[in-house]
Design a protein around this ligand. Structure first.
Ligand code: PMP
Length: 365
């Protein structure tokens, strides 16, 4: 007995965990700095930590009330109806739900390259095909409607990542509006704002709701996560904001109790902790600025909590940095074998990353 033919499906390559690297290097994890997965250097909101402890005693029940409460809190935050918020097991889960809701067999999704691998993986799970648009063609990975439209051929979903992982570039709302307007009525533009809190940009929810001078659209959806600015990557919590015309689709496509009691309780506490998010964003901005200024290699302007650095041989540089205790992301798996991506850290972490990278670049020259 075998699973179905999965030879077309590639496995998701997550960044290596700090424990795993510490075992390999035979050192204590506290000696290492991990800036490879765009996690929050300040951890979760303290309010979320308290909520998680308190929620521990209620995990014998299904999370019906917590799910509804968090949905309402998120809807309130965006000024949308509860039915427009699709909670999920991380942003990844929300990607799956959008594909489940949209894709007929053999429909195609259009994804950016370089880009986040899970869009394509998920589309394939849902019997879809994948086409790509190339961001490298634009200087500095600039994102305009044109960048996408050059490759667009009537796909069912167009994925836009803004800020984009791993480049940090964004697509202005007016360009997203133009993209949505110039693609077919049956094409949904999904704007993945996993790193939205770190950008100096309005959310594309404005396009769904018709705010800030935009007309309301029913062909745009937005993806958000609690994994980055909220520091809750480990609880797995994210969501999509969808057009209001889709009111009942979620109940038909979601996995029952799409987010756990622990995730919902942590999310409820975190969503109101603006102070923690502000502190996190401030740290990211400082770290981004220092890395741009102090790294002896080209660092792209980024609106995420990470920067992309041109290092030559990314695998060699990432490996050597790891040997010296700093874990960064080799972007070969994103299709950028000449670049590493470094997550924004605290002052000390940033300093160590900069020093280590500069020394490695010097030594490998
Ligand atoms: N979108 C982008 C662009 C990402 O980089 C990530 C995580 N690396 C996600 C979505 C999904 O994150 P999560 O499932 O942790 O919410």
């Amino acid at each position: 007995m075998q699973p179905r033919d999965l030879s077309d499906h590639v496995a998701y390559e997550a960044g290596r965990g700090i424990e795993e690297v510490a075992r390999e290097l035979e050192c204590d994890p506290s000696e290492l700095v991990k800036l490879a997965s765009n996690e929050n250097p300040h951890g979760p909101s303290p309010a979320a930590t308290v909520a998680l402890r308190e929620a521990a005693s209620s995990v014998s029940s299904y999370p019906k009330a917590a799910h509804a409460d968090l949905t309402a809190a998120v809807a309130d935050r965006w000024g949308v109806d509860d039915a427009q918020v699709w909670l999920a097991n991380g942003g990844d889960g929300a990607i799956d739900y959008l594909h489940r809701a949209m894709l007929e067999p053999d429909d195609t999704v259009l994804v950016p390259t370089p880009g986040f691998a899970y869009y394509g993986m998920s589309a394939r799970f849902h019997h879809g095909d994948v086409a790509e648009y190339a961001l490298e063609r634009a200087a500095d990975f600039e994102q305009t409607a044109e960048t996408v439209l050059e490759s667009y051929d009537g796909e069912r979903i167009v994925w836009v990542t803004s800020p984009h992982n791993p480049t940090g570039s964004t697509m202005p709302l007016a360009e997203i509006e133009r993209l949505a307007a110039e693609t077919a009525d049956e094409t949904l533009v999904v704007v993945d704002e996993a790193y939205g809190e770190f950008a100096d940009r309005e959310s594309a929810v404005a396009l769904i709701e018709g705010r800030d001078g935009f007309d309301a659209r029913d062909d745009v959806a937005v993806l958000r996560t609690f994994s980055k600015a909220y520091g809750l990557a480990g609880v797995r919590l994210g969501y999509a904001v969808v057009p209001d015309a889709w009111a009942d689709a979620y109940t038909r496509v979601n996995t029952p109790f799409a987010a756990s009691e622990l995730a919902c309780r942590a999310g409820l506490a975190a969503v109101d902790d603006d102070e923690h998010v502000e502190r996190t964003v401030e740290t990211a901005l400082e770290s981004r600025a220092s890395m741009r200024e102090e790294i002896d290699a080209h660092v792209w302007d980024s609106e995420g909590n990470f920067v992309l650095v041109a290092v030559g041989d990314a695998s060699a540089v990432a490996e050597e940095m790891q040997e010296r205790g700093v874990i960064v992301r080799d972007c070969s798996s994103f299709g950028l074998p000449g670049c590493v991506r470094i997550t924004c850290g605290t002052d000390e972490e940033t300093e160590r990353a900069v020093e280590t990278l500069n020394a490695v670049l010097d030594d490998l020259e």
